[in-house]
Design a protein around this ligand. Structure first.
Ligand code: SME
Length: 165
């Protein structure tokens, strides 16, 4: 297992490009999904200057399925998000990545932290294509995420699920 990360200086594209093979090496041989999710958000948080990065996972509850807080790095966050609620619940309902340049302009945004100003949420699926949760990233900066983040975070979300149980 790779125990230290080398964090590229330069553009975010360069940071993602350097991070991906290190993540592949880091995750190799570990099949426990919680452990894979935990180290993935630690590696992302160490690489980027983000407020919050983590996973919400689909769980059955008394009120039906909800997104429940999983491994993350950053300030404490809300535990549960209902279908269609907030950016995370909307990404789950629409089954598509949502780039939100200004969270205050997103109807129903759930403000876990008043410091968060932009956000990207990537839905995650198992090998059969069934929804299993979302990867959520928050920034203190307005408009911090674009298609570059979307493309790489979708790759990373797929990688962390692969071989995870
Ligand atoms: N802002 C999110 C809630 C999760 S936290 O930001 C960690 C949303 O609207 O879904």
């Amino acid at each position: 297992m790779a125990e230290t990360l080398h964090i590229a200086q330069g553009s975010k594209e360069e940071k993602y490009r350097e991070l991906l093979p290190q993540l592949v090496a880091l995750l190799a041989g570990e099949t426990d999904l919680t452990a894979r999710l935990a180290n993935t958000c630690a590696a992302l948080k160490a690489t980027f200057d983000w407020l919050w990065v983590g996973f919400y996972l689909l769980r059955d509850g008394m009120d039906g399925e909800a997104l429940v807080l999983g491994p993350f790095q950053g300030p404490v966050a809300c535990f549960r998000i209902a279908y269609g609620r907030g950016v995370c619940g909307a990404a789950w309902a629409r089954n598509e990545t949502l780039l939100v340049p200004d969270v205050d302009a997103f109807p129903g945004h759930i403000a876990c932290s008043s410091l968060s100003h932009s956000e990207v949420v990537v839905p995650m699926h198992d090998a059969t294509g069934a929804a299993i949760g979302v990867l959520d990233v928050d920034s203190v900066k307005l408009g911090d995420f674009d298609e570059v983040d979307q493309a790489w975070l979708e790759k990373i979300a797929a990688l962390v699920i692969e071989d995870g149980r």
